[in-house]
Design a protein around this ligand. Structure first.
Ligand SMILES: NC(=O)c1ccc[n+]([C@@H]2O[C@H](COP(=O)([O-])OP(=O)(O)OC[C@H]3O[C@@H](n4cnc5c(N)ncnc54)[C@H](OP(=O)(O)O)[C@@H]3O)[C@@H](O)[C@H]2O)c1
Length: 332
């Protein structure tokens, strides 16, 4: 039995190329005392992984060259040397980009496949869902009646931000996305009040048309011209939560900041970045509030599912290109 796993061979410059990676065959690891062996069933690919491919110092260590990469995954325990975890249990853990993983029991969280589909623990009920919840409610201090703009709005985080805002009484929710089909989905299926395709014209102009009364909250997944446009449309006391800046992740040169930061003075606006890892105290509240919305269909979610470990890299690159609608998942 062979374990296939994705190694990082060289640090990408600009857009990652297939030569920077290799799908390598290895032995299936033997779990030591206190460990479990997991057969991964779903792997997550996430934009932050692009940062770990570079050597730059960040909040999480770079992937090591010549070694298997990491990421969130869910799978079935096929061997257990750990108390409290049995063969057949399903667990969430952090050793993705591979078919089999041996890891300490303390590094896994049991998940219930009967309570929700396994893949949702990587998305709407997992890290990206909590990111939307924490960023909107805590970092952006969302309150009923706010007008909310979110970029990357058809993606995993963005689609949840807009819907949570609606469910919690936003006066207006505006989203931007990179295709007309995504824009249609935002309005027709997710209940956004307005949406636009950022590729169809200047973001500032499109935002002003979609939010004539301005925005109280901007949830930034993109950075660049989106951030500048949001500052330009910010209302008094407006709040901007910086979740991600995917438009610059493959940049090879430093990217200029917004030209209109001085607007924060007149608006008394606030910009604050956040990391979901700092907000896991909200997990019980998040599951209690969002779980029933997902179960009832009040909060909708999509997944783009790519099959096979051999397509793990392509799924990751596809997400950076915008091939996904909702959470990008690899099914093994
Ligand atoms: N702070 C945190 O703790 C945290 C946690 C999770 C995620 N994040 C960040 O949140 C953002 C969304 O993550 P996600 O997992 O939900 O990914 P996602 O939105 O599901 O996928 C990424 C999307 O970004 C869009 N995109 C790519 N290049 C773009 C560009 N140049 N301009 C505008 N949009 C672009 C694409 O959609 P289009 O077709 O619309 O272009 C793509 O589908 C990312 O920036 C990520 O790094 C942060």
């Amino acid at each position: 039995m062979i374990n296939r796993e994705w190694h990082l061979l060289s640090r990408p410059v600009g857009w990652p190329k297939s030569e920077d990676f290799a799908l390598v065959e290895a032995e299936i690891p033997t779990p030591r005392e206190g460990q479990v062996l997991v057969r991964n069933e779903y792997l997550s690919v996430d934009p932050y992984m692009r940062g770990r491919m570079s050597a730059a110092k960040s909040y999480v260590a770079p992937f090591e060259l010549g070694k298997v990469m990491q990421g969130a995954a869910v799978g079935e325990v096929v061997e257990s040397n750990a108390e409290g975890i049995a063969v057949g249990d399903h667990v969430l853990h952090f050793l993705g980009w591979r078919e089999y993983a041996a890891t300490d029991a303390k590094n896994v969280v049991k998940v219930d496949p009967d309570a929700a589909p396994l893949s949702t623990y990587l998305g709407v009920l997992g890290m990206t869902g909590l990111t939307a919840y924490a960023g909107l409610l805590r970092t952006a201090s969302f309150k009923e009646g706010d007008s909310v703009f979110v970029s990357g709005a058809a993606g995993a985080v963005g689609s949840q931000v807009g819907q949570i805002a609606k469910l919690k009484g936003a006066s207006r929710v505006i989203g931007s996305a990179g295709s007309d089909e995504k824009v249609k989905l935002l309005v027709e299926e997710y209940g956004f009040d307005a949406a636009f395709n950022y590729k169809n014209g200047p973001v500032g102009e499109q935002l002003r048309a979609a939010a004539p009364d301005g925005v109280d909250v901007y949830f930034d997944n993109v950075g660049g011209d989106h951030l500048e446009a949001a500052i330009g449309s910010l209302n008094q006391g407006g709040r901007i939560a910086i979740c991600g800046m995917i438009s610059v992740y493959n940049s090879t040169e430093p990217v200029p900041g917004p030209k209109n930061l001085a607007r924060l003075i007149q608006t008394r606006g606030r910009i604050e970045g956040f990391l979901v890892g700092d907000h896991y105290d909200l997990q019980p509240e998040f599951v209690a509030e969002v779980g029933p919305w997902v179960a009832s269909g009040a909060l909708k979610h999509r997944e783009t599912v790519v099959e096979g470990i051999e397509n793990n890299l392509e799924a990751f690159l596809g997400q950076l290109r915008g091939d996904n609608t909702g959470k990008m998942i690899v099914k093994l």
